[in-house]
Ligand binder design. Structure first.
Ligand SMILES: Nc1ncnc2c1ncn2[C@@H]1O[C@H](COP(=O)(O)OP(=O)(O)O)[C@@H](O)[C@H]1O
Length: 187
């Protein structure tokens, strides 16, 4: 499938607004890949497809997770939308013909992150947070503050912002993101 064909298909799956975000993530991921010497094509495809399951309803996400053999833990049960990441990886494989494990893992980990992320995984996680179409105070500030920081520092700050947001909103927090945050603290 060409990139244009993928974009065409995606637009029917996620709608115009989410597509704009997606193209922002793709472009940001490509810039970060060049900066951190990661395969640009992998960053392009992971960025492009990271949210391909974003429009699927909670009930269908739970159903698909069963079908695909994805373990539905307690937090996934309570916040099924989190499943759009691992299910997105399955859809990228089944419907977009992606067979590269690095791309599929980056899609799967883009929302919660993971303590053992590869550089590509970190790039997609960060790109999803800082892409230019996201316009809110916390993100605008973070974009500025990470300019002179390492990738790990930037990932930690993005992760901490998401954790803080979930705390402030009184939402549950998946331990995988707490583990990611702790893995990026040196003491
Ligand atoms: N670590 C986490 N634990 C629990 N919920 C989370 C976590 N990270 C994100 N979420 C929630 O998952 C939902 C989807 O997150 P995300 O895909 O980042 O959203 P979007 O791309 O639409 O901003 C949000 O409601 C967010 O609060």
């Amino acid at each position: 499938m060409t990139e244009n064909q993928a974009i065409e298909k995606l637009s029917t799956m996620i709608g115009e607004k989410r597509l704009k975000h997606t193209l922002g993530v793709r472009d940001t991921a490509i810039d970060l890949a060049k900066k951190y010497d990661v395969d640009v094509e992998k960053a392009r495809w992971a960025g492009l497809l990271h949210d391909c399951a974003k429009r699927i309803s909670n009930n269908l996400l739970l159903q698909r997770a069963e079908e695909f053999g994805i373990v539905i833990d307690d937090i996934y049960k309570r916040v099924p939308t989190l499943l759009h990441a691992p299910i997105g990886a399955e859809i990228a494989k089944r419907e977009f013909g992606i067979d590269d494990v690095d791309i599929l893992n980056a899609i799967s980990l883009h929302t919660l992150g993971h303590k053992d992320m590869t550089t590509l995984d970190k790039i997609i996680f960060l790109a999803d947070y800082i892409e230019p179409n996201r316009d809110c105070e916390a993100i605008n500030q973070l974009r500025e503050s990470i300019k002179d920081k390492s990738l790990d520092e930037a990932v930690r700050l993005a992760c901490e912002n998401t954790l803080k947001y979930n705390l402030e909103e009184g939402r549950v927090i998946h331990p995988q993101s707490v583990e990611l945050r702790n893995s990026l603290i040196s003491n």
